[in-house]
Design a protein around this ligand. Structure first.
Ligand code: NAD
Length: 486
């Protein structure tokens, strides 16, 4: 499958294969014209698109579950809690809040502008490109899409070519539920996406690796296009001596192995003392056996690695440090067992790259201070976890580090809250989304001041020549003390 799906794909079947022709030009032109017509701006149009998305989710629930099972061996319930319900929640919130979000936002004024109207208008950017990865292929396509459509944009969605079944459903089924003059799905791998990125967009929303994030940002820079980058990295998980090892092990093992570890916010490695490690390892073994049985490969609740390339990469990582739990793999099934590694050196590959699989290395530190130093020596992570019965320890970790997202005594449950922004910081990304944050991300916040055509007598004070008295009056009227609250 490759090329653009949407209106016109049936009309231009040979376009893509014609050397020298641009396979994207017609579709992008059509979307631009649709945006210029103003059609996407009304609340009614936006609500119709969101209702279409909602119907897509409801009417195809089983198909979507099967799709994710085929791509990633996801159990239906896992697909529900990590993809479908979260998408539906976003759509429902956007539908409920659309009118409020779209309203002009009045702002405080100073004396000089007292008789004027000052407000922020949220206006759509125009043509938005959404590029998505394969690990939560529906969630990471549809959640940004909700924000982009709610904000009144035209959208080109480019799903990952690696989650092939999801790619097909997004290309063939989703467009039937949306106005296809304003929405298109584009297919292709790195080369074709590179060509797509040569075009000018008004906003690019990218979720994926830091490596490709740099390519996207460089392409966007050529057109001065604003970007959101939702990237990955290594997420530390500090386990304090003052905690219940079994409780921590349950939570860490669950969030590490969810989706076979292929989660951008999964705890990537544990930092703890050698004493805590000795208590944690048997507890992790007990949690893994409880969740996935004695033979995790036969568990319905454990996913598979997306493809051979990632399987090989992960199998190589199994040779780092010393395996104390798991370590098995089966290439014919793309299966990697839930694995715990100890005696891991910082210089080994498993501590140098994002793991993105069900492998958990444990690195020893002597104290909270040493853990904080370890974390701060590295790039700011997408997520940071701390487990301790002491709120002081949790708060110190929070106060003395930085990360996109943070959880104390918990995994990535914060993702279920549309009230929290989801974002990276530093090398883990820029920009935020979920809930209203998505709407704001996909809206230009236009500063507006509407004044009177008359009242020139009052405005005369600002024109030269400036007498002493006039200067004093103006200085006073412009001062921050003259700002009023709303
Ligand atoms: P990826 O960066 O390889 O691919 C993401 C998208 O970019 C895909 O659509 C792909 O087709 C496209 N792409 C790939 N190479 C390209 C190139 N050379 N030029 C232009 N486009 C290209 O990422 P992935 O392997 O699909 O996903 C895994 C990564 O995504 C991990 O690093 C993970 O941490 C990250 N991720 C981040 C989040 C988040 O919300 N922060 C969520 C999920 C995954």
């Amino acid at each position: 499958m490759s090329g653009i799906k949407g209106p016109g794909s049936a009309k231009d079947p040979g376009l893509e294969s014609t050397p020298g022709m641009d396979p994207f030009a017609d579709t992008l032109q059509r979307l631009r014209e649709a945006f210029s017509s103003g059609r996407t701006r009304s609340a009614e149009f936006r609500a119709a698109q969101l209702n279409g998305l909602s119907r897509f989710l409801r009417e195809n629930k089983q198909l979507l579950q099967e799709t994710l099972a085929r791509d990633l061996h996801k159990a239906a319930f896992h697909s529900d809690i990590s993809e479908l319900i979260l998408c539906q929640n976003e759509v429902d919130l956007a539908l409920r809040s659309l009118h409020t979000w779209m309203k002009d936002e009045p702002v405080a004024k100073n004396l000089v502008t007292q008789l004027d109207s000052a407000f922020i208008r949220k206006e759509p950017f125009g043509l938005v490109l959404i590029l998505t990865p394969w690990n939560y292929p529906l969630n990471l396509s549809l959640v940004p899409l909700v924000g982009a459509l709610a904000a009144g944009n035209c959208v080109v969605l480019k799903p990952s070519e690696m989650s092939k079944c999801a790619e097909r459903v997004l290309a063939e089924v989703l467009p039937r539920y949306l106005d296809q003059s304003c929405f298109a799905v584009v297919l292709g791998g790195p080369e074709k996406t590179g060509k797509l990125l040569e075009h000018e967009f008004d906003y690019i929303f990218f979720t994926g690796s830091s490596r490709v994030g740099k390519i996207v940002m460089a392409a966007a820079a050529k057109h001065l296009t604003p970007v959101t980058l939702e990237l990955g990295g290594k997420n530390p998980c500090y386990v304090d001596d003052n905690c219940d090892p079994q409780t921590v092990a349950n939570r860490v093992a669950f969030f590490r192995c969810f989706n076979a570890g292929q989660t951008c916010v999964a705890p990537d490695y544990v930092l703890c003392s050698p004493e805590m490690q000795a208590r944690l390892v048997p507890a992790l073994q007990s949690a893994i056996t409880r969740f996935y049985g004695n033979d995790p490969q036969s568990s319905q609740d454990l996913g598979r690695i997306i493809n051979e390339k990632h399987f090989q990469r992960l199998r190589d990582l199994l040779s780092c440090g010393r395996v104390v739990i798991g370590g098995q793999s089966d290439e014919s099934d793309l299966y990697i067992a839930p694995t715990v590694l100890v005696d891991v050196q910082e210089t080994e590959p498993v501590m140098q790259e994002e793991i993105f699989g069900p492998i958990l290395p444990i690195v020893n530190v002597r104290s909270l201070g040493q853990a904080i130093d370890f974390i701060n020596r590295r790039e700011k992570p997408l997520a940071l976890y701390v487990f301790s019965k002491s709120s002081q320890v949790v708060n110190q970790m929070l106060d003395r580090t930085s990360s996109g997202n943070f959880a104390g005594n918990e995994g990535f449950t914060y993702l279920t809250l549309t009230s929290l922004p989801f974002s990276g910081v530093g090398k883990s990304g820029m920009g935020r989304y979920h809930g209203k944050f998505s709407f704001d991300t996909f809206s230009h916040h236009r500063a507006c001041l509407l004044s009177h055509s008359g009242l020139e007598m009052l405005k005369n004070i600002r024109y030269p020549p400036y007498s002493d008295c006039r200067q004093k009056l103006l200085t006073w009227a412009l001062g921050s003390h003259s700002c009023n609250l709303l």
